[in-house]
Design a protein around this ligand. Structure first.
Ligand code: SAM
Length: 206
């Protein structure tokens, strides 16, 4: 998976590649799908949600430019797989999931794996986590109709927000960086995610 899907597509950060080698992706999917856990596509994790394609997870984390010292906010814990990778690559991880059953499953596995630098809460992540802000990195792993201003406001100086933005079937991945002069926005290319549902995301589930 790491060599053929991630390195071969141009991601070379050694810390990131090492984290992907270390975190056992099959433990984050149900038993019947474990033989497909390292394939080049997303998989269902229940409640109509998915664990993203490995390369997409790598691309998004790579865009955060982590050095190991960051306080990170993740919106959309899902299976907890990306959370575990962030725990390997950053210092303090805060993660929000709106579906309680997914959050509980992720908390159980992350605890079992010994990721004590992770705090998961259940709720609408489109509000961010104001009490823990500012963040050096914010990663949104569901597609939004636009970039929520409230999340930009929770970035530290130099902080990066990575978020898919578009309609419900296709999005573009954006990186917003807070600079002393204001916010810099880059388009990193097309992607497809489930909907970010909430006050500053999609209001409907359809
Ligand atoms: N990165 C995850 C993983 O490794 O398994 C996959 C995330 S999945 C593509 C997107 C997740 O975002 C779903 O679990 C969904 O319930 C969650 N989500 C959608 N809207 C949300 C919101 N407003 N706040 C928190 N989580 C949300």
């Amino acid at each position: 998976m790491v060599k053929d899907q991630i390195e071969a597509r141009g991601i070379h950060d050694p810390r990131l590649l090492e984290a992907f080698r270390k975190v056992p992706r099959h433990l984050f999917v149900e038993e019947a799908l474990q033989n497909q856990a390292y394939e080049d596509y997303p998989l269902p994790i229940g409640d109509g949600q998915t664990i993203s394609q490995p390369y997409m997870v790598a691309l998004m984390i790579d865009a955060l430019q982590l050095t190991g010292k960051e306080k990170i906010l993740e919106i959309g814990t899902g299976s907890g797989y990306q959370t575990a990778l962030l725990a390997e690559l950053g210092e303090e991880i805060y993660s929000i999931e709106r579906i309680p059953s997914l959050a509980h499953r992720a908390i159980t596995i992350l605890n079992r794996m010994g990721y004590y630098n992770v705090t998961v809460k259940i709720g609408d992540g489109t509000f961010g986590w104001p009490e823990k802000a500012p963040f050096d990195a914010i990663i949104v792993s569901a597609g939004a109709p636009d970039i929520p201003e409230i999340l930009k406001g929770q970035l530290a100086e130099g902080g990066r927000l990575v978020i898919p933005v578009g309609n419900s079937s296709v999005q573009n991945l954006f990186r917003v960086t807070r600079t002393p002069e204001g916010f810099k926005t880059e388009n990193l290319g097309a992607c497809t995610f489930v909907k970010l549902i909430g006050r500053y995301g999609w209001r409907n589930h359809a």
